[in-house]
Design a protein around this ligand. Structure first.
Ligand SMILES: Nc1nc2c(ncn2[C@@H]2O[C@H](COP(=O)(O)OP(=O)(O)OP(=O)(O)O)[C@@H](O)[C@H]2O)c(=O)[nH]1
Ligand SMILES: [Mg+2]
Length: 243
């Protein structure tokens, strides 16, 4: 299952983007699992239309390895869905049996409609990385997933973009520039031009995350990467050489 990490400074728009990507992938017949970085993420995610079944949080404890913990969190979430599904199937069976008895007694059938349908299992994971204050240097965040989306608010200081060792920018697959609506035009333009100059071959997408402006472009880039067999090959090699 591919893991997409959404990283960026505090308040840059990560949760908003995550919600939009969730909806976009869902519309394309993916079933994402959303992983927030704390309980504070739960309510906003639900408000953004992420279903409770596909919502979980990973709470990194001090000194705990977030990277290996994320797999445990994902496994737990998937197991929970499987358990629920199995209960639902049991309930359906039980009702069938009951209805057999009822029909012998000429009582008429009870309806199945109160039992929810089984939930499909997630096939892609969206992870919001913990807010980072010190620019874009968290190596650990880079290791969380297979695809890295880095969120940069349009009003960010140029120095931060130009800092050495900003691994989350250097290695990002897609750079998303948020808040272009509330940033003075010249400032936003400078940010985007600077990013384009440094990262010539990366998609750099300016968006208004809160209004869904250009989100479709982001989804397209994500889907392209999810579906790209060459990339899958690369990742497999990386994984096996890491072992
Ligand atoms: N005007 C405008 N506001 C935005 C945009 N993207 C996000 N916001 C707002 O910025 C604030 C922070 O957005 P979040 O999505 O919570 O950002 P975050 O990076 O998840 O924040 P933390 O998880 O707290 O680090 C919210 O009030 C959003 O509504 C944007 O493109 N334009
Ligand atoms: Mg957030």
């Amino acid at each position: 299952m591919k893991k997409i990490v959404i990283a960026g400074r505090n308040d840059s728009g990560k949760s908003t983007i995550l919600g939009e990507i969730y909806k976009g992938l869902k519309m394309r017949d993916y079933q994402p699992l959303a992983v927030g970085s704390g309980v504070q993420d739960e309510k906003p995610y639900l408000l953004k239309g992420i279903e409770a079944t596909y919502l979980t949080v990973a709470i990194p404890e001090p000194g705990f390895d977030v990277v290996s913990d994320i797999d445990r969190v994902i496994r737990n979430a998937v197991n929970l869905i499987k358990e629920k599904n199995s209960l639902i199937q049991h309930a359906r069976k039980a009702l069938e049996e009951l209805n057999k008895v009822r029909s012998v007694l000429e009582l008429g059938n009870l309806q199945q409609k109160d039992i929810p349908p089984v939930a499909s299992l997630p096939d892609v994971v969206l992870i919001e990385a913990v807010g980072i204050n010190d620019g874009y240097k968290s190596e650990e965040t880079r290791k969380l997933g297979d695809m890295l989306l880095t969120i940069v608010p349009a009003g960010i200081k140029n120095e931060i973009i130009m800092e050495q060792g900003s691994i989350l920018l250097d290695e990002s697959d897609i750079i998303i520039v948020t808040k272009v609506d509330e940033t003075p035009r010249d400032v936003a333009t400078t940010t985007i031009k600077l990013l384009q100059r440094i990262y010539r071959y990366k998609p750099i997408i300016p968006v208004v995350a809160t209004k869904g402006v250009h989100i479709e472009l982001v989804i397209e880039e994500v889907v392209k990467r999810l579906a790209d067999p060459i990339r899958l090959l690369d990742l497999d090699q990386e994984e096996s050489s890491a072992k």
